[in-house]
Design a protein around this ligand. Sequence first.
Ligand SMILES: Cc1cc2nc3c(=O)[nH]c(=O)nc-3n(C[C@H](O)[C@H](O)[C@H](O)COP(=O)(O)O)c2cc1C
Length: 439
Amino acid sequence: MSRSTPPALEGERAPKRQKLGHLTHDSFKNGVFLAPMVRSGALPTRLTALKHGASLVWGPEIVDKAILHTERVVDPHTGVVSYHGKTRAIFTTHPIEKPYLIYQIGSASPELAVQAAKSVVRDVSGIDLNCGCPKPFSTHSGMGAALLTNPDLLCAILTALRRELPPEITVSAKIRLLPTQEETKKLVERIIRTGVSALTVHCRTRNMRQREAALVNRLREIVEFVQGLGVDIAIIENGDCKGWEDARRVKRLTGASSVMIATAAEANPTCFSSTPLMDIETTLIPSYLRLSRYLNNHWALTKFCVSQFKAPRTERSKTEAHRFKTHIVAAKEYDGLTELVGEWTGEKDFADIVSAIEARRPRPLTVDAMPTDPDALEEARLTSTPPVRPNPEPPTSCAPLGPSTRSRMPLPAVITGSDAITPSPTPKAVSPFSVSRRS
Ligand SMILES: Cc1cc2nc3c(=O)[nH]c(=O)nc-3n(C[C@H](O)[C@H](O)[C@H](O)COP(=O)(O)O)c2cc1C
């Protein structure tokens, strides 16, 4: 593991903190990652995932042009960095996540992709190209899954990104399976020859729906093909992984270097832990709400994310949990939830996250040797199909503009040390705006 501040084993004391480094090819190996998710991959969710063991986190896809002409504003109290467009924040991050943050671009142009990447590189560790979004608004302009059938353009974008970005910024791509193994392998070979550090394979084809079980068992052949090419690159499995323990099964089944989780993390961003939180109405949600308010996360976005949370209950009754959710759904703003969250001690919740991230230690996703006999493979393959879930069609990925006016705690040293905090200009009006991606 090449990260200088790698993930922590829960409950263990942290070693002496090392100097912050940058990601390399190895950083994408033996990990469990938070997938890019428009809207659901909001800053509080990414921080929660990191606190609970995600090795790296992907930000939501942002189309190249959307980030150009934004203004970078830093909240001097929290350190939150927002890229403000005309009416909303297009991208929001925090220096504490920078060592683990991959920024995902939607693009159909090498020049625009490079410009977009350059405009955010100071706040991220890697740039990923979305080559899997099957939605017409993405494909009609040649982006997302349209790149799967235009490998020349796909590879031109990756080559340009690799050539133009500083070497300490990783470049990676996320694709879907093509209809046949041969086509997929051909594409994979071209992609890995561009010099990318990692390649995520979402094990569904472009035409498959999210509710259809991912074709995870197709990946093993692709992984072995890449190994045979002798290229040192991480292949990341994506599709139907439910959490840390399940990632071992997926890794064993596919031979992939790492595993990326979307839907299960959307339902419970603590799923990266070997002991994910249960009874989230009392464990996760109150602190998530306090954190979100402290970070000035837009209320509609927070509410959407919380509405997606689901986890087993051991102590709360279904009725209690239902009442809790109903209360949140009815709230028009954070202040309507004081009764549920108690004191708005978001500073403390944030400080806990900072400490947990600072205390991270290596937790490589190791598994026994890959099974080769058919029975063992079948056993590894067997898993329940994920429940049918509605397509959330997120109406906004916005964050509020400008710093919050609530009371603040002093910034932790790690933050002030890793990025110059500059005063932010006068806040602009907030105008939620709709962008939705599914890749
Ligand atoms: C709410 C939501 C938003 C998503 N947004 C993106 C995105 O911005 N970029 C991307 O490459 N994939 C996106 N995806 C797809 C996921 O990253 C992932 O590829 C897919 O959900 C399969 O993983 P899973 O089976 O763990 O859900 C999104 C998925 C969901 C559920």
